[in-house]
Design a protein around this ligand. Structure first.
Ligand code: SF4
Ligand code: F3S
Ligand code: FES
Length: 231
């Protein structure tokens, strides 16, 4: 089928602001949007910039706005979106070039919530055991691939990038609810901040955008509730 791709391009060396460029190409209905971007880059315009690595929904590097919604380009098929297809960089983070954004502010927020297991107790002779019921409490939030689709779809984040954002809260949830971890209070203190979990206005865009199907808004509500239990 004939496809028209409209891509929001921006080159800091030559452009004052972003502009749309149109590409005409042929594609099979089962090809992915990432395949189309490769066709443009390899056969039409080698200067097009975008991130990708695994091409299978695992690395989280190719989140972009496709026809107005945050998606991973490697997970969306041509037949699943309307033609012409509009592609833009994710919103709320500085654009470096074309579809490549500066992810540093996103990872700075992620790092703030201490996203690793903390337990300074003397280890026993065996591993720290956990019941299946306790593991289940944070199963959903272990699935995050740090693609930023949630945070960059959040209207609160668009207007106040000081908001820590849903991805950081999801990753805090993953450890706060881990029965082997001992730093839940530390993380909850961080999330009590004015730019923490209570900045969320329950817009649900994050849940709709998550390519891993994580119940992001529910995780944020869990964290808000837990925050109220600390002194
Ligand atoms: Fe991506 Fe979902 Fe993780 Fe947000 S919670 S960073 S949308 S995988
Ligand atoms: Fe934003 Fe998600 Fe809350 S979109 S306002 S973080 S529910
Ligand atoms: Fe890795 Fe799409 S390229 S998630």
């Amino acid at each position: 089928m004939d496809i028209t791709l409209n891509i929001l391009r921006y080159n800091p060396d030559s452009d004052k602001r972003g502009h749309w460029e149109e590409y005409k190409l042929e594609a099979e209905p089962d090809e992915r949007i990432l395949d189309l971007l490769h066709k443009v880059k390899w056969f039409d315009d080698g200067s097009l910039s975008f991130r990708r690595s695994c091409a299978h929904g695992v690395c989280g590097s190719d989140a972009m706005v496709i026809n107005g919604e945050n998606m991973l380009a490697c997970q969306v098929l041509v037949k699943e979106v309307s033609n012409p297809i509009k592609i833009e960089p994710i919103r709320g983070l500085p654009v470096i070039k074309d579809l490549v954004v500066d992810m540093e502010p996103f990872f700075d927020s992620y790092k703030k919530v201490l996203p690793y297991l903390i337990n300074d107790d003397e280890p026993g002779e065996r591993e720290r055991l956990q019941s299946p019921e306790d593991r289940e409490k944070f199963e959903d939030t272990t699935k995050c691939i740090l693609c930023a689709a949630c945070t960059t779809s959040c209207p609160v984040f668009w207007t106040a990038d000081s908001y820590i954002g849903p991805a950081a809260i999801v990753n805090a949830h993953r450890f706060i609810y881990d029965s082997r971890d001992t730093a839940d209070k530390q993380r909850l203190e961080i999330l009590k901040d004015v730019n923490g979990a209570f900045r969320c206005r329950t817009a649900f865009n994050c849940t709709s955008a998550c390519p891993r199907g994580i119940q992001v808004t529910k995780a944020i509500e869990d964290v808000k509730r837990k925050t109220l239990t600390i002194n």
